[in-house]
Design a protein around this ligand. Structure first.
Ligand SMILES: C[S@@+](CC[C@H](N)C(=O)[O-])C[C@H]1O[C@@H](n2cnc3c(N)ncnc32)[C@H](O)[C@@H]1O
Length: 260
Protein backbone atom coordinates (compact mmCIF):
# COMPACT_ATOMS: atom_id res chain seq x y z
CA UNK A 1 0.00 0.00 0.00
CA UNK A 2 1.35 3.45 -0.88
CA UNK A 3 0.08 6.70 0.66
CA UNK A 4 0.42 10.36 -0.38
CA UNK A 5 2.67 10.90 2.65
CA UNK A 6 4.94 8.08 1.48
CA UNK A 7 5.08 9.68 -1.98
CA UNK A 8 6.07 13.05 -0.47
CA UNK A 9 8.94 11.37 1.36
CA UNK A 10 9.86 9.40 -1.75
CA UNK A 11 10.12 12.63 -3.79
CA UNK A 12 12.47 14.12 -1.17
CA UNK A 13 14.68 11.03 -1.30
CA UNK A 14 14.75 11.05 -5.11
CA UNK A 15 15.72 14.73 -5.12
CA UNK A 16 18.57 14.06 -2.69
CA UNK A 17 19.73 10.95 -4.57
CA UNK A 18 19.60 11.97 -8.22
CA UNK A 19 18.92 15.73 -8.15
CA UNK A 20 15.54 15.56 -9.90
CA UNK A 21 12.71 17.45 -8.21
CA UNK A 22 9.60 15.45 -9.08
CA UNK A 23 7.36 18.32 -7.94
CA UNK A 24 7.93 19.84 -11.39
CA UNK A 25 6.62 16.76 -13.18
CA UNK A 26 2.95 15.88 -13.71
CA UNK A 27 2.13 13.86 -10.61
CA UNK A 28 -0.37 11.30 -11.94
CA UNK A 29 1.80 10.37 -14.88
CA UNK A 30 4.92 10.15 -12.71
CA UNK A 31 3.27 8.03 -10.01
CA UNK A 32 1.90 5.67 -12.63
CA UNK A 33 5.36 5.14 -14.10
CA UNK A 34 7.00 4.69 -10.70
CA UNK A 35 4.31 2.19 -9.66
CA UNK A 36 4.86 0.20 -12.85
CA UNK A 37 8.58 -0.02 -12.10
CA UNK A 38 7.92 -1.01 -8.48
CA UNK A 39 5.61 -3.80 -9.65
CA UNK A 40 8.28 -5.04 -12.00
CA UNK A 41 10.61 -5.37 -9.01
CA UNK A 42 7.95 -6.92 -6.77
CA UNK A 43 7.85 -3.92 -4.42
CA UNK A 44 4.51 -2.71 -3.11
CA UNK A 45 5.42 0.53 -1.27
CA UNK A 46 7.70 3.57 -1.62
CA UNK A 47 9.80 3.02 1.55
CA UNK A 48 10.77 -0.48 0.36
CA UNK A 49 11.54 0.85 -3.09
CA UNK A 50 13.84 3.51 -1.62
CA UNK A 51 15.69 0.77 0.31
CA UNK A 52 16.11 -1.17 -2.92
CA UNK A 53 17.41 1.92 -4.74
CA UNK A 54 19.81 2.61 -1.84
CA UNK A 55 21.39 -0.81 -2.23
CA UNK A 56 21.52 -1.21 -5.97
CA UNK A 57 23.30 1.50 -7.97
CA UNK A 58 22.48 -0.07 -11.35
CA UNK A 59 18.78 -0.12 -10.41
CA UNK A 60 19.13 3.56 -9.43
CA UNK A 61 20.50 4.33 -12.91
CA UNK A 62 17.72 2.35 -14.64
CA UNK A 63 15.23 4.17 -12.43
CA UNK A 64 16.63 7.53 -13.66
CA UNK A 65 16.48 6.36 -17.29
CA UNK A 66 12.95 5.09 -16.81
CA UNK A 67 11.75 8.34 -15.20
CA UNK A 68 13.22 10.59 -17.85
CA UNK A 69 11.61 8.78 -20.84
CA UNK A 70 14.18 8.89 -23.64
CA UNK A 71 12.10 8.06 -26.73
CA UNK A 72 13.48 9.85 -29.78
CA UNK A 73 14.31 9.43 -33.44
CA UNK A 74 16.12 11.22 -36.28
CA UNK A 75 14.12 13.85 -38.18
CA UNK A 76 11.21 13.39 -35.75
CA UNK A 77 8.17 15.09 -37.36
CA UNK A 78 8.98 15.59 -41.03
CA UNK A 79 7.09 18.91 -41.27
CA UNK A 80 9.35 20.51 -38.65
CA UNK A 81 12.53 19.37 -40.39
CA UNK A 82 11.20 20.54 -43.77
CA UNK A 83 10.62 24.00 -42.29
CA UNK A 84 14.12 23.94 -40.78
CA UNK A 85 15.69 22.94 -44.09
CA UNK A 86 13.74 25.24 -46.37
CA UNK A 87 13.11 28.34 -44.22
CA UNK A 88 14.68 28.59 -40.77
CA UNK A 89 18.26 27.52 -41.51
CA UNK A 90 18.52 29.47 -44.81
CA UNK A 91 17.25 32.54 -42.92
CA UNK A 92 19.80 32.11 -40.12
CA UNK A 93 22.62 31.41 -42.58
CA UNK A 94 21.76 34.52 -44.61
CA UNK A 95 22.12 36.70 -41.49
CA UNK A 96 25.86 35.93 -41.37
CA UNK A 97 27.78 35.45 -38.10
CA UNK A 98 27.96 32.38 -35.91
CA UNK A 99 24.72 30.40 -35.63
CA UNK A 100 24.25 29.11 -32.10
CA UNK A 101 21.92 26.11 -31.73
CA UNK A 102 20.81 24.44 -28.47
CA UNK A 103 19.03 21.10 -28.35
CA UNK A 104 17.72 20.85 -24.76
CA UNK A 105 16.55 17.41 -23.62
CA UNK A 106 18.43 15.85 -26.55
CA UNK A 107 18.13 12.22 -25.39
CA UNK A 108 20.07 9.81 -27.69
CA UNK A 109 21.34 12.71 -29.84
CA UNK A 110 19.09 12.02 -32.84
CA UNK A 111 17.76 15.60 -32.73
CA UNK A 112 21.07 17.53 -32.67
CA UNK A 113 22.65 15.12 -35.17
CA UNK A 114 19.69 15.63 -37.56
CA UNK A 115 20.36 19.37 -37.33
CA UNK A 116 24.08 18.81 -37.89
CA UNK A 117 23.31 16.90 -41.13
CA UNK A 118 21.10 19.74 -42.38
CA UNK A 119 23.62 22.43 -41.48
CA UNK A 120 26.51 20.45 -42.91
CA UNK A 121 24.65 20.26 -46.24
CA UNK A 122 23.73 23.93 -46.32
CA UNK A 123 26.79 25.53 -44.77
CA UNK A 124 29.61 22.96 -44.85
CA UNK A 125 32.26 25.43 -43.79
CA UNK A 126 29.76 27.53 -41.93
CA UNK A 127 30.06 29.23 -38.65
CA UNK A 128 27.71 27.25 -36.46
CA UNK A 129 27.79 25.51 -33.09
CA UNK A 130 25.38 22.89 -31.79
CA UNK A 131 25.18 22.29 -28.04
CA UNK A 132 23.06 19.36 -26.92
CA UNK A 133 22.11 18.78 -23.29
CA UNK A 134 20.19 16.29 -21.20
CA UNK A 135 19.79 15.44 -17.53
CA UNK A 136 20.43 11.74 -18.02
CA UNK A 137 24.15 10.86 -18.19
CA UNK A 138 23.44 7.35 -19.44
CA UNK A 139 21.56 8.66 -22.44
CA UNK A 140 24.33 11.19 -23.13
CA UNK A 141 26.83 8.31 -23.28
CA UNK A 142 24.59 6.65 -25.91
CA UNK A 143 24.37 9.95 -27.80
CA UNK A 144 28.16 10.21 -27.89
CA UNK A 145 28.54 6.57 -29.00
CA UNK A 146 26.05 7.31 -31.83
CA UNK A 147 25.15 3.73 -32.80
CA UNK A 148 21.44 3.39 -33.47
CA UNK A 149 18.78 0.74 -34.04
CA UNK A 150 17.10 0.93 -37.43
CA UNK A 151 13.74 2.06 -36.04
CA UNK A 152 15.24 5.43 -35.05
CA UNK A 153 16.29 6.03 -38.69
CA UNK A 154 12.88 5.66 -40.37
CA UNK A 155 12.60 9.37 -41.29
CA UNK A 156 16.20 9.90 -42.36
CA UNK A 157 16.26 11.04 -46.01
CA UNK A 158 17.84 8.38 -48.23
CA UNK A 159 20.88 10.42 -49.27
CA UNK A 160 21.73 11.23 -45.63
CA UNK A 161 21.37 7.58 -44.69
CA UNK A 162 23.79 6.58 -47.44
CA UNK A 163 26.24 9.35 -46.70
CA UNK A 164 26.27 9.41 -42.91
CA UNK A 165 25.43 5.92 -41.58
CA UNK A 166 27.27 2.59 -41.77
CA UNK A 167 25.67 -0.76 -40.89
CA UNK A 168 27.11 -2.26 -37.73
CA UNK A 169 25.49 -5.64 -37.03
CA UNK A 170 21.78 -4.91 -36.71
CA UNK A 171 22.50 -1.26 -35.91
CA UNK A 172 23.77 1.82 -37.74
CA UNK A 173 26.82 3.87 -36.76
CA UNK A 174 26.82 7.61 -37.45
CA UNK A 175 29.82 9.02 -39.33
CA UNK A 176 32.63 10.51 -37.19
CA UNK A 177 32.27 13.72 -39.21
CA UNK A 178 28.68 14.35 -38.03
CA UNK A 179 29.52 13.12 -34.51
CA UNK A 180 32.24 15.75 -34.23
CA UNK A 181 29.77 18.57 -34.97
CA UNK A 182 27.76 18.30 -31.74
CA UNK A 183 28.95 19.14 -28.21
CA UNK A 184 27.09 17.18 -25.52
CA UNK A 185 26.90 18.04 -21.83
CA UNK A 186 24.79 17.21 -18.83
CA UNK A 187 22.26 19.89 -17.86
CA UNK A 188 19.23 19.90 -15.59
CA UNK A 189 16.57 22.25 -16.96
CA UNK A 190 15.17 22.68 -13.46
CA UNK A 191 18.33 23.84 -11.73
CA UNK A 192 21.13 24.72 -14.18
CA UNK A 193 21.95 27.97 -15.94
CA UNK A 194 20.49 28.31 -19.45
CA UNK A 195 22.44 28.96 -22.65
CA UNK A 196 22.36 32.56 -23.88
CA UNK A 197 22.62 34.29 -27.28
CA UNK A 198 21.03 31.36 -29.16
CA UNK A 199 19.69 31.64 -32.71
CA UNK A 200 17.74 28.39 -32.54
CA UNK A 201 16.56 26.42 -29.52
CA UNK A 202 14.82 23.07 -29.66
CA UNK A 203 13.16 21.69 -26.56
CA UNK A 204 10.94 19.01 -28.01
CA UNK A 205 8.85 16.40 -26.23
CA UNK A 206 10.23 17.43 -22.85
CA UNK A 207 7.56 19.91 -21.68
CA UNK A 208 4.83 17.25 -21.77
CA UNK A 209 6.20 15.72 -18.57
CA UNK A 210 6.24 18.99 -16.59
CA UNK A 211 3.46 20.79 -14.69
CA UNK A 212 1.92 23.88 -16.37
CA UNK A 213 3.76 26.22 -13.95
CA UNK A 214 7.12 24.62 -14.64
CA UNK A 215 6.48 24.70 -18.41
CA UNK A 216 5.72 28.45 -18.24
CA UNK A 217 8.85 29.16 -16.18
CA UNK A 218 11.01 27.16 -18.61
CA UNK A 219 9.59 28.89 -21.71
CA UNK A 220 10.48 32.29 -20.14
CA UNK A 221 14.05 31.14 -19.51
CA UNK A 222 14.45 29.73 -23.02
CA UNK A 223 13.21 32.96 -24.58
CA UNK A 224 15.64 34.99 -22.47
CA UNK A 225 18.40 32.88 -24.01
CA UNK A 226 17.19 33.47 -27.57
CA UNK A 227 18.37 36.35 -29.80
CA UNK A 228 15.69 38.63 -31.34
CA UNK A 229 14.20 36.88 -34.42
CA UNK A 230 15.63 33.58 -33.15
CA UNK A 231 13.54 30.41 -33.38
CA UNK A 232 12.14 28.19 -30.64
CA UNK A 233 10.82 24.72 -31.50
CA UNK A 234 8.77 22.45 -29.28
CA UNK A 235 7.20 19.00 -29.79
CA UNK A 236 4.26 18.62 -32.17
CA UNK A 237 1.97 17.48 -29.35
CA UNK A 238 3.01 20.45 -27.17
CA UNK A 239 1.65 23.96 -27.09
CA UNK A 240 2.60 27.43 -25.79
CA UNK A 241 -0.45 29.22 -24.44
CA UNK A 242 -0.49 32.93 -25.26
CA UNK A 243 2.90 33.06 -27.07
CA UNK A 244 2.83 36.90 -27.23
CA UNK A 245 3.26 36.89 -23.45
CA UNK A 246 6.77 35.52 -24.06
CA UNK A 247 7.45 37.83 -27.05
CA UNK A 248 6.87 34.89 -29.36
CA UNK A 249 5.04 34.61 -32.67
CA UNK A 250 3.83 31.21 -33.85
CA UNK A 251 4.96 30.75 -37.44
CA UNK A 252 4.19 27.03 -37.98
CA UNK A 253 2.82 24.25 -35.78
CA UNK A 254 5.41 23.79 -32.98
CA UNK A 255 7.65 26.59 -34.37
CA UNK A 256 7.91 30.05 -32.79
CA UNK A 257 9.97 33.15 -33.52
CA UNK A 258 11.07 35.74 -30.99
CA UNK A 259 9.63 39.11 -31.87
CA UNK A 260 12.17 41.91 -31.89
C1 LIG B 1 11.22 12.16 -24.92
S1 LIG B 1 12.87 12.71 -24.82
C2 LIG B 1 12.89 13.93 -26.11
C3 LIG B 1 14.09 13.78 -27.01
C4 LIG B 1 14.12 14.73 -28.22
N1 LIG B 1 14.08 16.11 -27.80
C5 LIG B 1 13.00 14.41 -29.19
O1 LIG B 1 12.04 15.19 -29.26
O2 LIG B 1 13.07 13.39 -29.87
C6 LIG B 1 12.82 13.70 -23.32
C7 LIG B 1 14.22 13.99 -22.77
O3 LIG B 1 14.10 14.99 -21.75
C8 LIG B 1 15.07 14.72 -20.77
N2 LIG B 1 14.72 15.38 -19.50
C9 LIG B 1 13.71 15.09 -18.64
N3 LIG B 1 13.77 15.91 -17.57
C10 LIG B 1 14.84 16.72 -17.75
C11 LIG B 1 15.44 17.76 -17.00
N4 LIG B 1 14.92 18.14 -15.81
N5 LIG B 1 16.52 18.40 -17.50
C12 LIG B 1 17.05 18.03 -18.71
N6 LIG B 1 16.55 17.04 -19.46
C13 LIG B 1 15.45 16.39 -18.99
C14 LIG B 1 15.05 13.20 -20.66
O4 LIG B 1 16.22 12.68 -20.07
C15 LIG B 1 14.83 12.76 -22.10
O5 LIG B 1 16.04 12.41 -22.73
Amino acid sequence: MTTDKDYELFKKKVKAKIGLDLDNYKEQQMRRRINQLMQKHNVSNYPDFIKLLDNDSSLLQSFTDYLTINTSQFFRDTSVYQALEKELLPDLISNGGVIKVWSAGCSIGAEPYSLAMLLQEQAPKGNWRITATDFDVNILAKAKAAVYPENTLTNVPKHYRQRYFTAQGHDFALSPQIKSLVQFRQHNLLTDKFESGCDLILCRNVFIYFTAETQAALVSKFIEGLKPNGYFIIGCSEMIMDPARYKLKKIRPAIYQKIE
